[in-house]
Design a protein around this ligand. Sequence first.
Ligand SMILES: C[S@@+](CC[C@H](N)C(=O)[O-])C[C@H]1O[C@@H](n2cnc3c(N)ncnc32)[C@H](O)[C@@H]1O
Length: 338
Amino acid sequence: MKQVSHQNNAFYNGDCVTGAQEYIPDNSVDLLITDPPYGIKGDQLHKHYNRNEKYIIGGYVEIPQKEYADFSTAWIKEAERVLRPGGSLYIVSGYTNLVDILNALRTTCLSEINHVIWKYNFGVFTRQKYVSSHYHILFYEKPGALRTFNLECRYGLDEKTEEGKSLNNFDREDVWIINREYKPGQAKNKNELPTKLLIKMIQYSSNEGDLVCDFFLGGFSTAKVAIGLNRRATGFEISRQMFDAKSKEIETFNPGNLISDLRKPTVSTLENFGNAWTDDEIHRLKEGFLQLAARGMTKKEIVAQLGESHGRGRFAIVNALKKINCYNGTKSARTTFR
Ligand SMILES: C[S@@+](CC[C@H](N)C(=O)[O-])C[C@H]1O[C@@H](n2cnc3c(N)ncnc32)[C@H](O)[C@@H]1O
């Protein structure tokens, strides 16, 4: 199997199942992001998308629909083997053969974390029905160890919109609206994943230095983003034409080059931030609330002071006070005492 290596990254031109068996050890991959052929004649997608094929690299290898179930079972079994316990798997899939992928996943020990819908900005042309404009992203883990999930890698838990909505929660909703990319004049795979989509999965589910694998490299977009975020990358592409065109570019993939452009989340440095409340702390919280309210302080002032003394954010204090019936939404603290 032809191999191209650069720095800590190795890519193979061949079938991902036999390739993984030969080159990827058990339990060695931290994150597997992959976008298999959809079994919908992906090699002829231009007929639906009505786009200029001049810059599309040929050689896309599609899987005949009748082979799709066995094909899915074979590569997902390898994914299960190579992932480390606690490793994450993201599979991007269309709807047509999704059932085969879900059935294959059910034959493994992998367990579902989320079923994400990726909504993109333009759909397949139709007249007699709705316009299809989403893909499925199956987010699974290999059980057995703590899974990496960098909760505040993009938005701190305390960051809000002007209307007071949590930016962190919004970013973690399971419908992602991310536009496809137009790359006029650049050679590319038939359906390359957008950089923003890959950044999101890689930021949440891996750390710098982790190994990110893609079984179906296509235009090497997963590898490029992983390296740009200072992860190590590996993977397979069966098409020689695609592999040769894209593996030439890996020397230009700059380790860490995407990091400076990432949004910097505002992360709380409070001592007890995110920790569970103990009974003793709840008792002290109630006592503190009663004392401060007896001094005639407003709720806002009390919450700020309790936040400082308990090493917690405003929302944590308010929520805890609500649970112990010390907070009912009126301004004056006095009116809430029972
Ligand atoms: C949907 S594309 C991947 C696109 C890629 N995520 C990107 O952003 O460019 C699927 C790719 O898998 C390749 N492929 C098909 N069968 C394969 C196999 N058995 N092993 C490895 N690659 C395969 C196809 O040639 C195609 O390039």
